[in-house]
Write a protein that binds this ligand. Structure first.
Ligand code: AMP
Ligand code: GLY
Length: 425
């Protein structure tokens, strides 16, 4: 089969490497991919939002199956376009992708269907929002309604910061139309759990649980990023928590989407938080997480392409999905300035990487001399697997020390909360 993956970061690198293992793959293309992926996939220089060119490429290259990985093309309906032109896809259609595309939609869905989440109010008018925040306790969470590259959430500690954020989102259009509407919600506390699931709208199969590290700095300080590292499985996702999630969150969500006439088929990502009052949903994503995918997929033993095709064909109930009972850790190297800016064109040196470490490139390209250079915020990441989480983490850092580029930014404490859990249990 000829397969195309739409996307170009570390997540797509992890999906591509896994799909490459499938016995059914003839050609594997990634649009646009990145220069570090050339040894296992053919990169095609087409942007993820250039729908006409993606469709034409699919038709000209007899693509049998497409995987649409990033949020923007999903929310804008790339799956609808490809499917309407007989290219089968893994990923939700536009109607279902709204679960990530509009926080206002997803909050209403949860409230209407009794799915536990933070209490909230929504505003389009800054004066009304300012009147509301005067009455609230802090910290408070302010979110842009639409997609904002993972940067649309502000946690504010006082009224003045809240007011500044409201004005920058609603009046100064910080995230363009994505912040025409804002959500102001209660601040929740507790360990976070990322749970990626395969679902075809009838069956839902959770993947191995994971934990992201969203803040740029050690000790979880500084601005939110797309994610600076991850571990799997997440020790806070105990069998008891799992039962609670399945009953109160996972199935209620897919049933709610069915009832709304928005059946979700693809990878539904549950961003969960374990509060003293039980598990609550922080967010839904309509896609694989980045960097969660880089710790989850290496642990998958079942053929990923087979699972994806069964998801598309609504026969996920026929598939048994198996996982390695090991631990995985992923550590990201970002370029200076991330998540606000990024530094480009810096030469990347890759020295002695273990054969069993996974190197996932993201913001990289080849310069005119053919040398791999930085080309974005999150540059690359390393995943290692071991029986014990501590060994997987140590291996990641050992391998990461073999990679060098100027002003490389790496958190030194990926997995600290999970290790703390194991130490205290
Ligand atoms: P989101 O884009 O909605 O996933 O939010 C990004 C990050 O902001 C989450 O992973 C949390 O760490 C944090 N966050 C979002 N909503 C809340 C909340 N209500 N309470 C506490 N932290 C939150
Ligand atoms: N790592 C969080 C996300 O992919 O949204």
């Amino acid at each position: 089969m000829n397969i195309m993956i739409v996307g170009g970061g570390g997540r797509e690198a992890a999906i591509a490497k896994k799909i490459k293992e499938s016995k059914d793959v003839d050609k594997l293309y990634v649009l646009p991919g990145n220069a570090g992926m050339a040894s296992y996939a053919e990169c095609v220089d087409i942007s993820v939002m250039d729908f006409d060119s993606i469709l034409k490429f699919g038709q000209d290259n007899s693509i049998d199956f497409a995987v649409v990985a990033p949020d923007d093309p999903l929310v804008e309906g790339l799956v609808d376009l490809l499917e309407a032109n007989d290219i089968r896809c893994f990923g939700p259609n536009k109607k279902a992708a709204i679960i990530e595309g509009s926080k206002s939609f997803s909050k209403r869905l949860m409230i209407d269907h009794n799915i536990p989440t933070a209490s909230f109010a929504e505003f389009t008018d800054s004066q009304k929002a300012i009147n509301y925040i005067k009455t609230q306790t802090y910290p408070l969470v302010i979110k842009a309604d639409g997609l904002a590259l993972g940067k649309g959430v502000a946690i504010v500690d006082n009224f003045l910061d809240a007011k500044k954020t409201v004005i920058s989102y609603l009046d100064d259009h910080k995230f363009n139309h994505s912040s025409d509407k804002i959500i102001i919600e209660e601040f929740l506390e507790g360990p976070e759990i990322s749970l990626l699931t395969f679902t075809d709208g009838k069956t839902l199969i959770p993947m191995v649980s994971s934990m992201d590290h969203k803040r740029i700095g050690d000790g979880d300080v500084g601005p939110n990023t797309g994610g600076m590292g991850a571990i799997a499985p997440n020790p806070y996702y105990t069998p008891m928590v799992e039962v609670e999630c399945i009953r109160k969150i996972l199935y209620p969500t897919i049933l709610a989407m069915n009832k709304e006439g928005r059946t979700f088929k693809g990878c539904l990502y549950f961003g969960l938080i374990l509060t003293k009052q039980g598990v609550k949903v922080i967010e839904y994503n309509c896609r694989f997480g980045d960097p969660e995918t880089q710790v989850v997929l290496p642990l998958l033993k079942t053929d990923l392409l087979e699972i994806m095709m069964a998801t598309r064909d609504e026969r996920l109930n026929e598939i048994e999905v198996k996982w390695e009972s090991k631990c995985a850790a992923n550590v990201v190297a970002a370029s200076k300035g991330y998540p606000i800016t990024s530094t480009k064109d810096l030469e990347i040196e890759v020295n002695d990487i273990s054969d069993d470490a996974y190197l996932y490139t993201a913001g990289v390209k080849n310069n005119s001399a053919g040398h791999l250079v930085t080309n974005g915020g999150r540059v690359l990441s390393i995943t290692c697997i071991a029986d014990e989480l501590k060994d997987a983490i140590d291996e990641c850092y050992r391998n990461m020390s073999q990679i060098d580029f100027k002003d490389k930014v790496v958190r030194s404490d990926i997995g600290h909360r999970a290790l703390e859990y194991y130490r205290t249990k």
